[in-house]
Design a protein around this ligand. Structure first.
Ligand code: GLY
Length: 343
């Protein structure tokens, strides 16, 4: 007997050991189906860890933490300690997590800690605060048992940084996410306009999930924009911008150019559209359209994307530009989906 049936039955004071098989098969299970959704194709791997928790009756909060830890462990350009550094050559990480009771925790500008998402969860659970940054966040992490990792760049990040230094004029670059997204392709750093479909890839891992209890949680972790100004913080650790969960309505996570997600309180805005009755995709689209209106002709130089789950367990996503995909794992399997887009 699966854990969900067991819990439903145990709520009636019945255990699996006391029920004949023919009766067990006639007892309806809950209509709530666990589900997890995450940004980009890296989400496929992250979803596996999250689904392992959800399918065994675990909590969505544990699922979204363990899920994105998979990506933090991967040596890629945009998440975790293997990521591209800021323009001073230092990797700084941002992360946030939120549960079904409006509990939330964030860290930003965090150096040399392998799992910022777990530090964010500790901030949520073990501090009186919601958001710790920089040296304070690192000191809190060390005081809570996290290890100080090497400050060395990963081999790939070192190569990317050296390539970027050749052309950098140390000015903020409006389409900097194109640069960081064009991983493992040095020529792209010199010619961001020439990027092809799919190269908007993998700047952040954001994950939202519903568990068998119908509870929603979300997580988001990133190194932010590659070669950013020192001290720059994006949307990912900002509750209401990069991530928001309202257990009565839905959960939303964002990826893309953080500055433009922050200025519209993106994730929170998507939740509010779902509260008005919009589907997850329609709600994401309305906020992307607003960003497009604000940015005017500059909209073509950025990417922003949202993924949302509503209280019924329906998932939707929408992006400003072509090329965003999102990963969904439910009882039917783990699938990569192309998001609808505006431009
Ligand atoms: N969306 C990630 C960032 O802008 O930092």
């Amino acid at each position: 007997m699966d854990r969900r049936k067991f819990i439903n039955l145990s709520g009636l004071g019945i255990t699996s050991f006391s029920i004949p098989n023919f009766i067990q098969s006639t007892i309806p299970t809950s209509s709530i189906q666990p589900i997890v959704a995450s940004t980009w194709d890296a989400g496929l791997r992250a979803n596996v860890a999250a689904w392992d928790i959800l399918k065994n009756g675990g909590k969505s909060l544990d699922a979204v933490e363990q899920g994105v830890m998979v990506t933090e462990n991967e040596l890629n350009c945009c998440v975790g300690l293997g990521a591209n550094p800021d323009r001073d050559g230092i990797v700084t990480l941002d992360a946030s997590i939120m549960d079904h009771e409006f509990n939330c925790g964030s860290v930003a500008f965090l150096e040399r800690i392998k799992h910022p998402i777990s530090v964010a969860r500790k901030v949520m659970e073990k501090s009186p605060h919601v958001f710790l940054v920089g040296a304070g966040a690192q000191a809190f992490a060390l005081a809570n048992g996290f290890s100080l990792e090497s400050a060395d760049l990963s081999d790939q990040a070192k190569k990317n940084y050296e390539a970027w230094l050749k052309t950098s004029n140390y000015q903020p670059i409006i389409n900097v996410e194109k640069h960081q997204s064009a991983t493992y392709n040095d020529s792209a750093f010199d010619a961001p306009k020439k990027l092809t479909d799919g190269q908007w890839n993998h700047d952040t891992i954001g994950m939202i999930a519903m568990d068998q209890f119908g509870n929603l949680s979300g997580s988001c972790t990133t190194s932010g924009a590659g070669f950013k100004m020192r001290g720059r913080v994006g949307d990912s650790p900002i509750i209401g911008a990069g991530l928001y969960v309202d257990n009565e309505v839905g959960a939303v996570v964002a990826t893309g150019q953080g500055e433009d997600v922050i200025r519209v309180a993106g994730a929170s805005a998507v939740v509010e559209w779902m509260r008005q009755g919009k589907s997850p995709e329609a709600a994401c689209k309305l906020v992307v359209e607003k960003i497009n209106r604000i940015k005017k002709e500059k909209a073509k130089d950025i990417q922003v994307c949202f993924v949302a789950i509503n209280k019924k367990g329906n998932v939707g996503a929408y992006a400003l530009q072509k090329g965003f995909n999102f990963s969904v794992y439910n009882n039917e399997g783990n699938k990569l989906n192309d998001a609808a887009y505006l431009i």
